[in-house]
Every structure is written in C-alpha cells, then in structure tokens.
Design a protein around this ligand. Structure first.
Ligand code: KIV
Length: 277
C-alpha cells in the first residue's frame, strides 16, 4: 500500500508570468526550488513555493552522475510529467538538457516536447548572447524562456570546474550585455548562478523581467536552490550559497515554509551564503 501525493486545494490561483511581473514591480521576492517527482512537488507547492524547476541537476542529485551533461530530453520529460502531477499553484519550469537546443529548430522541437508531454509552462536554457537567436525563435512562437547565465553547469568541461563568474570587470561587462541581449531577444526571466552580489543586483535592477539568483546574493528578484541541498539530503560537499533549512525543524514541509518565508523577508541569502563581491 502506498500513498499518492495529495495536491493542495484546487481553488488556489495558479502562478503565471503576470504574477511574477507584479511581484517584481512590488518588490516582492519570488521563492523558487527544484523538484523531480510528484511527492516533493506537492510538498513544496503546498508550502507556498512560487516556481518549481525540473532542473537538469537531477542528473547529479537523482541519477548520481558527475555532471548534468549526460541528462537526456527523455529524462526531462519523464521527471516533468511526475512533477506536474504534484502541482496545484506553482509555475512549472523545465530545463532544456545539454545539446537539446543546438539550433533554433532543434530547440523548438525540444521545447515543444517539454511543454506538450512534460507540462512545462516555461523552458530554461543556458547561455549568453550566443543563445539570443534561439531565445528569439522560441519566444516569437509563444514559448516562455528563462535564460540561465553566470555559471552554466552544462559548460563544466569547458570551464574546468564550477567557479564564480563575472569576477573581473571585463567578465562583468560581458554578463551585463548578455542579460540585455537575452531580454531584448524575448527572454521572460533570467537566472543568475554564482555571480558576485553587486553585479547580480545591477543586472536585476536594469532588467525589465524577473531575475532569479542562486549564489547571486540578496539584491535580485527571487531565489532558487536545489531542493536536495536545502534539505541537506545529498551526501558530500555543500555549495557555500546553500542553507540547510531542516536544521532545528522536524518536517520537510516546515523547512520548505521557512525557506519561502526567508526568501520573502530577505533573510535568505545572508552574508554567509555570499560567493563574493
Ligand atoms: O538544474 C538546476 O537545478 C539549476 C539550478 C541553477 C537551480 O539550473
């Protein structure tokens, strides 16, 4: 006998891109987390998380791989379908895995599967100005896109590891212009990973779309963490920018509510989670 995850009340209003635009305008922080299955999705949705990302981080935290590179489109569709079944309110974003968006038409075919089969409301892809053509091709066809810049884990073999990005002036300038180019191409959201706090704050201030940070300090429009890090589930070294919200709490639901509250009131991330300035 097993328990099917119970969704929260169906009368709750679903989060949409309009919700995020209003939150950014009002200075209300957006609370986001990753999810890979229906039970976690239902738990996090019930705790008030606004956006759930089926991240290709599942390659590492669920499949136990060394990087996100081997994750396939079929993997993403499978996990997205499971997460979608657990959601009542949250906005579902799904990662485009490595090389599933190598050309505009390839990206369109991949994004179509993630939306039609996986139930995604937005797709996320990694890359700066060089992805502007792909972003324009998708958004002109009505596919909402989140552009992921800063540390791009799919480039780990090119970068030689997971490192803070945008540390010197030239790299910071490139990141600012990447963000501008992606927004001009139609990106509906920008995600910044492992970026100095003040650079991230500048990019969020200049952007007309919500900017979500992971390891990017408090001055952005919202925060995201890999849920397994937030619960300290995965054995091994923890990213500096994460916090274990289960500490001192006796349930995952409580920990998730505490995360949402801390993002909303600006107490997460704190100085100890900063990757630098
Ligand atoms: O795959 C993932 O989980 C991500 C993180 C940055 C949230 O992209």
């Amino acid at each position: 006998m097993y328990t099917k995850p119970e969704k929260s009340a169906s009368s709750v209003k679903s989060v949409s891109l309009t919700t995020f635009a209003k939150m950014k305008a009002a200075g209300e922080k957006i609370a986001c987390l990753t999810a890979y299955d229906a039970s976690f999705a239902a738990l996090l949705d019930g705790a008030g998380v606004d956006l759930l990302l089926v991240g290709d981080s599942l390659g590492m935290v669920v499949q136990g791989r060394d990087t996100t590179v081997p994750v396939t489109l079929d993997d993403m569709v499978y996990h997205s379908q499971a997460v979608e079944r657990g959601i009542s309110r949250a906005f579902l974003v799904v990662d485009m895995p490595f090389m599933s968006y190598s050309t505009p038409t390839h990206a369109l075919a991949s994004a179509t599967r993630l939306m039609q089969e996986g139930g995604a409301k937005m797709v996320k892809l990694e890359g700066g100005v060089q992805q502007a053509e792909v972003v324009a091709y998708l958004t002109e066809r009505g596919i909402p896109v989140c552009a992921h810049i800063g540390l791009q884990p799919q480039l780990v073999h090119k970068l030689g590891g997971y490192k803070v990005q945008g540390k010197d002036d030239a790299a910071a300038q490139r990141m600012r212009s990447d963000a501008r180019a992606l927004e001009a191409a139609g990106a509906d959201m920008i995600l910044l990973e492992c970026v100095p706090d003040s650079l991230a704050g500048d990019i969020a201030k200049a952007a007309g779309v919500p900017v979500i940070g992971i390891g990017a300090g408090p001055a952005v429009d919202g925060q995201i963490l890999v849920t397994y890090d937030m619960f300290d589930l995965t054995p091994g070294r923890k990213p500096k920018f994460s916090r274990n919200f289960l500490t001192g709490r006796d349930s995952m639901a409580d920990a998730a509510r505490a995360y949402v509250a801390a993002v909303r009131d600006g107490s997460f991330p704190g100085a100890e989670q900063s990757v630098g300035d």
